[in-house]
Design a protein around this ligand. Structure first.
Ligand SMILES: Cc1cc2nc3c(=O)[nH]c(=O)nc-3n(C[C@H](O)[C@H](O)[C@H](O)COP(=O)(O)OP(=O)(O)OC[C@H]3O[C@@H](n4cnc5c(N)ncnc54)[C@H](O)[C@@H]3O)c2cc1C
Length: 437
């Protein structure tokens, strides 16, 4: 079977589904290729099937670590309620979002507040005692020098990433996009003049399909370099890491009380290796097994491990276990932040995040591949800004005017250095401060 499209979007995740919606709305004939959502408690059968959206909650906030993320996140968050209405799929829970910023980055905190105010985002600065009144079940982390509390109450909390993707794909389809449930295994350009991009794919039922497209958007997430969706020899300066999480089951009797918690991120700016206290925490969220869990994950401490091959990533996602060090760290932080929680059970979740050395997403054309664009590099917090990331990618493909307040070069994709330089020593993006997860 051979399919034809003006634009093929590879990857129906957070960035790809948003890009597909905006491309289809812009009038382009779109084919989206991506594996459907796996069973909610299933394991991914291949690296291409890994999606960071196969989960129940991602923190939503407008307050950004810098103007790039702040603008991406604010623009996306501002559209979320409208997106819910238009798609008929609800995905946002407004429980508030709290950032506990180590005082060692007071200058950065002040700048973040300045940017938020300029963008019209209401962020309250709360002292420890004020936080105690608002959130009696939340204790402060022992970050050296103390923390400043920044709270966003409105339009902030968490989104369900599965449902956001479903909403985006529904709207993309309503605007005319076609969706092929499958995995792309190879992408190459027909070398003849005016030649098209040729994509080889396998459908969910194992049928081999070819697609021909004038332009391609690769939005294959954390394992983009391992996904088979980039032309042979093309690698991005983008790295995948283990993301060890622990889920603490909340007893029914504590649900109401702990349900009042906001989402929390702790920013510990000190470079103290594994003793860095940066973490994120989600309030009780209902999971597919019907139970409610408080989730905790690390910032970017060295205790995470790089995943270099698809096989390594797959082994981690399907059969990985947290190391004793990881479990001990996350458990200690959970007990510190929510001392009242008496968990019924604890279970690990072995996830994957990506990081770019620029710490920003790559959105744009690849230099040596005319008509091939990427939208990748969520850096562990791309869900909340995904609608704007997809919009920017679509706008570039459609040749629209650049309408982001910072130059498009901020998002320029970077090729992986050859020979590879990061990896021997701890790369700069693994040193704190890690930004806002
Ligand atoms: C544990 C965890 C916690 C996180 N917490 C937050 C948070 O609190 N807030 C936040 O904003 N963000 C958070 N993130 C980050 C956020 O989920 C990601 O940044 C976001 O999902 C990135 O979107 P993406 O489209 O790049 O990748 P994904 O959402 O992973 O989508 C990529 C898609 O491409 C598909 N694909 C891959 N290869 C192929 C192929 N060959 N052919 C076809 N399809 C392919 C995959 O199956 C997948 O569907 C978190 C991530 C993790 C893992």
């Amino acid at each position: 079977m051979v399919l034809h499209a003006e634009v093929a979007v590879v990857g129906a995740g957070m960035f790809g589904s948003a890009a597909a919606k905006y491309l289809a709305r812009g009038g382009a004939d779109i084919l989206v290729i991506g594996p459907g959502q796996p069973p909610r408690d299933g394991t991914p059968p291949s690296p291409a099937a890994f999606g960071a959206h196969h989960d129940e909650a991602r923190i939503v906030r407008r307050l950004g670590w810098d103007q790039v993320w702040g603008t991406l996140d604010t623009r996306s968050a501002d559209r979320m309620r409208a997106l819910e209405c238009a798609s008929g799929i609800g995905f946002l829970t407004e429980c508030g979002a709290l950032a506990l910023m180590g005082k060692g980055v007071r200058h950065r905190t002040a700048e973040m507040l300045r940017l938020s105010a300029a963008a019209g985002v209401t962020v309250e600065e709360l002292s420890g005692s004020a936080l105690g009144l608002d959130f009696p079940d939340l204790a402060l982390p022992p970050v050296a020098g103390g923390v400043d509390g920044l709270l966003e109450r409105r339009g902030a909390g968490y989104l369900n990433p599965r449902l956001l993707v479903a909403a985006q794909l529904r709207l993309a389809a309503a605007a005319g996009a076609r969706l092929l449930a499958g995995e792309v295994t190879a992408v190459r350009k027909d070398p003849s003049p005016g030649g098209r991009w040729l994509l080889r794919a396998t459908t969910a039922d194992g049928v081999a399909v070819q697609a021909r497209a004038e332009q391609v958007v690769v939005a294959t997430g954390a394992l983009a370099n391992q996904s088979g969706a980039l032309p042979a020899g093309q690698r991005l300066d983008l790295y995948a890491f283990t993301e060890p999480n622990l889920l603490f089951e909340v007893p029914a009797g504590q649900l109401e009380r702990l349900g009042a918690l906001p989402t929390v991120v702790v920013v510990d700016p000190e470079d103290r290796g594994n003793d860095n206290l940066s973490v994120y925490l989600l309030p009780p969220v209902r999971h597919p097994d019907g139970k409610w869990y408080v989730r905790i994950g690390p910032g970017m401490q060295p205790l995470v491990r790089e995943l270099r091959t698809g096989e390594e990533a797959l082994a981690w996602c399907t059969g990985g276990t947290l190391t004793t060090k990881q479990s001990r760290f996350l458990t200690t932080m959970l007990r510190t932040l929510v001392p009242a929680l008496e968990p019924v059970s604890v279970r690990p979740a072995c996830c994957v995040v990506d990081k770019t050395p620029t710490r920003h997403p790559y959105i744009g054309p690849l230099r040596d591949h005319d008509g091939l664009f990427v939208a990748v590099g969520g850096n562990g917090h791309g869900a909340r800004g995904s609608d704007e990331i997809g919009r920017l990618a679509a706008n570039l493909v459609l040749g629209g005017e650049w309408d982001f307040p910072l130059p498009r070069e901020v998002f320029a994709p970077v090729d992986a250095p050859s020979p590879r330089t990061s990896g021997a020593d701890r790369p700069a993006f693994l040193t704190p401060p890690f930004g806002l997860c």
